[in-house]
Design a protein around this ligand. Structure first.
Ligand SMILES: [Cu+2]
Length: 163
């Protein structure tokens, strides 16, 4: 696939999280190796959401009631940043993706993999995919577009799984 290039830049990527008796979205995706600016927009004045606590790196901040609090983080390695409110009742996470392609929501990646698998299975079962190198390539070139059309239609007919 494409090559990930780390772009050194002063411009942080911005992740906005609304705080209103919980975190919305509770799951965000950001890119690794780029400074990260978290903008917490608090729409409540509950005692519970007054503090936000990140486990690693350990950060604890007070969030302004009915206001905006910005938390700047240095570039993060790939992984997951987890945070909770002061009592651990509300939880959120930010997936730090090491690859640009991973910025696509997980549900869509699952669909792409499913489509790929369906195409492959179709090519094998219809005999379009043959393992004789020279002839196989020729048949594959002819059969792939048709198989892909059928496979993508099949995938599209299935309702996407909601997590
Ligand atoms: Cu709480």
């Amino acid at each position: 696939m494409s090559t990930f290039t780390s772009v050194p830049t002063a411009e942080p990527q911005i992740v906005r999280i609304r705080v209103d008796r919980g975190y919305r979205p509770a799951q965000s995706v950001a890119q690794a190796n780029v400074p990260l600016r978290l903008v917490f927009q608090r729409r409540d004045a509950e005692h519970c959401t007054e503090r936000v606590i990140f486990s690693s790196p350990h950060i604890e901040r007070r969030l302004v009631a009915n206001g905006t609090t910005v938390i700047d983080l240095p570039a993060q390695p790939p992984g997951v940043l987890r945070f909770t409110c002061g009592m651990g009742r509300y939880r959120g996470e930010i997936e730090i993706a090491g690859h640009r392609a991973a910025l696509v929501p997980r549900a869509r990646i699952v669909l792409m993999i499913a489509t790929g698998a369906a195409v492959f299975a179709l090519l094998v079962t219809t005999g379009a995919l043959q393992l004789e190198p020279a002839a196989g390539v020729a048949v594959l070139v002819g059969g792939a577009p048709a198989a892909f059309t059928v496979a993508s239609r099949r995938v599209a007919l299935r309702p996407a799984k909601q997590s």
